[in-house]
Design a protein around this ligand. Structure first.
Ligand code: FES
Length: 114
């Protein structure tokens, strides 16, 4: 059964904006990030499909300068906010690994398997 993690309040996220979190997962940790766009939130594992590195260029900075796409800091790949699809870059056509996320009474809640 997926483990539920309350990570933050929606209103604490810039709009649009992003924030990274390190969550306990089984015996280890999992790095994820959430993206806010209006009243919608999306969550992904913090791992570029190109080489597996973390995506952000500064703490909690996962979006490009226009705040329109998720951007990998290493080689600049651009991913759609809503589904993590890579539109441009060395991993074009691949996806970020999505994480189930819900809003519950203004709180951002993510669910990790196991
Ligand atoms: S490591 Fe992300 S685009 Fe190369």
């Amino acid at each position: 059964m997926p483990k539920r993690h309350v990570v933050c309040e929606l209103k604490s996220l810039a709009n649009p904006g992003s924030q990274g979190f390190t969550l306990k997962y089984n015996e280890g940790i999992k790095e994820i990030f959430v993206v806010r766009c209006g009243e919608a939130v999306y969550a992904y594992q913090n791992e570029c499909p190109h080489t597996g590195v973390n995506l952000e260029w500064l703490k909690d900075q996962f979006l490009d300068l226009s705040n329109s796409y998720i951007q990998c800091a290493t080689h600049g790949a651009l991913f759609r906010l809503e589904d993590g699809y890579c539109l441009r870059g060395p991993c074009a056509g691949e996806y970020l690994t999505s994480v189930k996320v819900k809003l519950e009474a203004g709180q951002v809640v993510v669910f990790l398997n196991n």
